[in-house]
Design a protein around this ligand. Structure first.
Ligand SMILES: NC(=O)c1ccc[n+]([C@@H]2O[C@H](COP(=O)([O-])OP(=O)(O)OC[C@H]3O[C@@H](n4cnc5c(N)ncnc54)[C@H](O)[C@@H]3O)[C@@H](O)[C@H]2O)c1
Ligand SMILES: [Zn+2]
Length: 371
């Protein structure tokens, strides 16, 4: 998949075995030059404690066998590592170790590692190259496309960071063989989202192949990852720095999803909360925006088959969700704003925007039906 932003383009390699091509590519001078990296870079693998023994160690060995200078920095696995404290630790360590501008960071892990390593690359000596090696489905279909990098703060998630594109992405579906079921399913929520917002045929492909995906059929996973990256890339390439508003459609399911995720105290994974959010927001679309009932039922069935939750947990109250959605970054004067589907594969466009303000009573009805 080729991504072209204004002054930057890069390739996402998706396929079984692409992990084994990294060392070859990074020791090939022409290859390096073609992605704007100077000869003999010093490499730094940033990974987490789970992914290190699975994929980062063998990558480090193969890079070294190819004569490359490489070290590994493992952060503790988990969202808590996506913090300014961990970022500072890594940057301080890199300064002590004498890393200069001719450094390439390899982010080997899920979305946490991708965002953490991407933020370090964005900041270190005013910006250095980095390469994404996403190892979760979520990271392969979502966080490695779009160039957004950020860390969390106590005031909220993803508040400190920037736009910084990787020089290349290597997404190997074989890494998904070791991923736990719950994380695989959570990533699927975003994959299903792309079908709803952009591509009816892709949605139908997912309906037909959901069992194979859950059984980790690598050919089907490869297809699904490529299509997802292409679909997201088409949206972000039109608007690399999120100025136009067309990226808004990528937030389908996320307004209510984020609220439910937060209200669960992050016990729900992001993808699980997005699955619930898609159900509630699709109900708003059925009630007021002409989204056909039959399309709603098809979405409901696919989300269920994917093993994702479709209902709001009982201990999360409507008023809590309403309070949180009215604070959403898309909200204005306390009124929540939603991108909404017109049919499977197609989003509504409201005047100039891809989201509409929805009254609280309509949101409440949709929430009630999602229990
Ligand atoms: N920058 C973006 O555009 C963007 C987009 C979406 C999400 N994100 C961010 O991504 C993060 C979530 O990413 P995630 O779901 O990948 O979480 P994660 O990185 O925490 O990975 C989930 C768990 O799986 C483990 N793991 C990773 N790969 C594995 C493998 N192949 N086998 C076994 N275990 C493996 C990890 O150690 C971790 O415990 C959030 O912080 C979110 O904000 C960013
Ligand atoms: Zn998401």
């Amino acid at each position: 998949v080729d991504i072209k932003a204004k002054d930057h383009h890069y390739t996402i390699d998706v396929g079984q075995g692409v992990l084994e091509t990294i060392a070859d590519n990074l020791s090939n001078q022409e290859e390096l030059e073609s992605i704007g990296i100077k000869p003999n870079p010093r490499l730094l693998i940033i990974t987490d404690s789970n992914v290190k023994p699975l994929y980062a160690d063998s990558l480090e060995i193969s890079l070294r066998e190819h004569g490359l200078k490489v070290q590994t920095y493992p952060a503790r696995a988990g969202e808590q590592s996506k913090s300014r404290q961990t970022r500072d630790k890594i940057e301080n360590w890199m300064l002590e170790q004498g890393y200069d501008r001719n450094t390439v960071i390899l982010a080997v892990g899920g979305g946490v590692v991708g965002d953490l390593a991407g933020t370090v690359a964005y900041e270190f000596l005013r910006g250095i190259h980095y390469i994404q090696v996403p190892t979760t489905l979520l990271a392969q279909v979502d966080s490695s496309v779009g160039g957004k990098v950020a860390v969390n703060t106590p005031k909220g998630k993803n508040l400190i960071g920037g736009f910084w594109n990787p020089s290349r992405v290597y997404a190997d579906p074989r890494t998904l063989l070791t991923l736990d079921k719950r994380n695989l399913r959570a990533g699927l929520a975003e994959v299903i989202k792309y079908g709803i917002i952009l591509d009816k045929e892709f949605f139908e492909y997912l309906q037909q192949n959901i069992d194979k995906i859950l059984a980790r059929d690598l050919d089907v996973l490869t297809e699904a990852i490529i299509s997802s990256c292409e679909l997201k890339a088409n949206v972000v390439m039109q608007d690399p720095e999120e100025r136009l508003g067309n990226r808004m459609i990528l937030n389908f399911g996320h307004t209510i999803g984020h609220a439910v995720e937060q209200a669960s105290g992050y016990k729900l994974y992001h993808g699980e909360a997005v699955a619930i959010g898609m159900m509630a927001e699709a109900r708003i679309a059925v009630a007021d925006y002409g989204f056909p009932e039959g399309h709603f039922l098809a979405l409901n069935q696919l989300v269920e088959k994917a093993g994702l939750p479709t209902r709001i947990p009982l201990d999360i109250l409507n008023k809590e969700i309403i309070m949180l959605v009215s604070r959403d970054k898309k909200a204005k004067q306390g009124r929540a704003r939603f991108p909404l589907p017109a049919e499977i594969g197609k989003m509504h466009k409201f005047d100039a925007a891809y989201a509409d303000f929805v009254d609280n009573d309509i949101i409440l009805q949709a929430l009630d039906k999602t229990r």
